[in-house]
Write a protein that binds this ligand. Structure first.
Ligand SMILES: Nc1nc2c(ncn2[C@@H]2O[C@H](COP(=O)(O)OP(=O)(O)O)[C@@H](O)[C@H]2O)c(=O)[nH]1
Ligand SMILES: Nc1ncnc2c1ncn2[C@@H]1O[C@H](COP(=O)(O)OP(=O)(O)O)[C@@H](O)[C@H]1O
Length: 205
């Protein structure tokens, strides 16, 4: 029997909502069922970040070559740097029947929709805008005027949430992980139901 493809899960949401934090927590507790797609970026590595683990760190020229050679499923410019998803890993892993997780910002997430309309789109939201601002400030990576800029961007990003299949509030990291895991289980059940329905139909005809 042909190997059934895995599910592509796209986790997105406004900057500072906790996408990276929730993604790392899910991967940590996951028993190798989810496969995280490591992105390429032109951003310089932060302390402790490793090439091929956190990101594939690229020069601008290397990144542009990847775009030209159609090596990226999606890409976006974000705060002065480029970020993109290598398409080969995603295709190969899904074909092996494994689920793939992308953690990407909103412009890229919407591009994925045009190539993989069947992917599962999850939008992470903060419990409130005040809490979002606090998270951005506490992270300490933004200058004061950039916090305002990020908050304005976040408002526009949150307006895109109706384009997603699921909206998950990142109140407590553990609860957000539970909800995302539940969504993945439900999506598998849904896919299996559709799969068997068609299989039966083909057997009858
Ligand atoms: N479109 C797109 N966005 C990405 C990709 N990889 C990471 N991002 C997003 O880029 C943004 C900046 O990431 P990063 O520089 O690691 O900073 P931080 O996540 O804000 O701490 C985040 O919103 C990530 O979700 C990718 O492959 N494609
Ligand atoms: N559920 C949560 N409760 C409180 N703080 C959180 C939560 N999730 C993330 N954070 C904090 O919010 C900040 C932004 O999280 P991060 O994962 O970098 O966001 P993003 O990847 O969406 O930009 C970090 O300082 C992180 O520790």
């Amino acid at each position: 029997m042909e190997q059934e493809k895995g599910i592509l899960i796209v986790l997105s949401g406004p900057s500072g909502v906790g996408k990276g934090t929730v993604r790392k927590a899910i991967m940590k507790r996951d028993d190798h069922k989810l496969h995280y797609s490591i992105s390429a970026t032109t951003r310089k590595p932060r302390e402790g970040e490793r090439d091929g683990v956190d990101y594939f760190f690229k020069s601008k020229e290397e990144f542009q070559r990847m775009i030209q050679n159609n090596e990226l499923l999606e890409w976006a410019e974000y705060v002065g740097n480029y970020y993109g998803t290598p398409v080969k890993y995603v295709n190969d892993t899904l074909t092996e029947g494994k689920d793939v997780l992308l953690e990407i910002e909103v412009q890229g997430a919407l591009q994925v929709k045009t190539h993989f309309p069947e992917a599962v789109f999850i939008f992470l939201v903060p419990p409130s805008l005040a809490e979002l601002q606090e998270r951005i400030v506490n992270r300490g990576t933004e200058a004061e005027h950039m916090v305002k800029h990020r908050m304005l961007a976040a408002r526009e990003e949150i307006e895109l949430m109706d384009k997603y299949d699921y909206v998950v509030v990142n109140d407590k990291v553990d609860d957000a992980c539970d909800k995302i895991k539940a969504i993945i289980i439900a999506e598998h059940l849904r896919k299996e139901r559709i799969y068997y329905k068609y299989k039966k139909m083909l057997e009858v005809e």
